[in-house]
Design a protein around this ligand. Structure first.
Ligand code: DQA
Length: 144
C-alpha cells in the first residue's frame, strides 16, 4: 500500500475557529478523519503532521524523501517566505518523489503577500481554493 505524508503548517491546528469565513467551520481532526476515510478507498495509507515549527516540517520532508514517500503539504504562511522549506521540497521532488502543495483558500484572491509562493516551483503540482477538497484532489492524483 502506498504511503503518503500529509503535512500542515502553522496555525492550521486552529481550523474551525480561525477565520471560519475563509477556512470553514471544520477542524483539523475532521480533516484528518475525512482524508483517512478517502485514503482507505484509494488504497493509500496516510501519515499526518501539523506543526508551527519550520524545522519540524523540514525534518518531516527529509524523512519522506529518504523513505521515497509522496507528500501533500499545506505550508500555510511558510508558503510565502520559507526558502528553507522550499529547499527541502526541491530536494524531495529532485529525488523523484511527488509533492503536492495545497491551500484551503485561494491565496491569489487574497492579500498581496499571499500571491507569491516560494514553494510552488519545487512542487509537482499546486491545488488551491477548494476548501478541504484541495487535499482530497491531491490524494486522488497521487493514488493515480
Ligand atoms: C493557507 C493560505 C496561506 O496564505 C495562509 O497563511 C494559511 C493557510 C490556505 O490553506 O489557504 O495559513 O495555506
Amino acid at each position: 500500500m502506498k504511503n503518503v505524508v500529509v503535512l500542515n503548517g502553522p496555525n492550521l491546528q486552529r481550523l474551525g475557529s480561525r477565520e471560519p469565513e475563509i477556512y470553514g467551520e471544520m477542524n483539523l481532526d475532521s480533516l484528518t478523519k475525512e482524508l483517512s476515510k478517502l485514503a482507505e478507498s484509494l488504497s493509500l495509507s496516510l501519515e499526518f503532521l501539523q506543526s508551527d515549527s519550520e524545522s519540524e516540517l523540514i525534518a518531516a520532508v527529509h524523512r519522506a524523501t529518504d523513505a521515497k514517500q509522496d507528500i501533500v503539504i499545506n505550508p500555510a504562511a511558510f508558503t510565502h517566505y520559507s526558502y528553507a522549506l522550499a529547499d527541502a521540497c526541491k530536494a524531495h521532488t529532485s529525488a523523484g518523489a511527488k509533492l503536492i502543495e495545497v491551500h484551503i483558500s485561494n491565496p491569489h484572491a487574497r492579500e498581496e503577500f499571499r500571491h507569491k509562493s516560494v514553494i510552488s516551483a519545487s512542487a509537482t503540482g499546486v491545488i488551491a481554493g477548494f476548501g478541504f477538497d484541495s487535499y482530497k484532489l491531491a490524494l486522488r492524483q497521487l493514488a493515480g
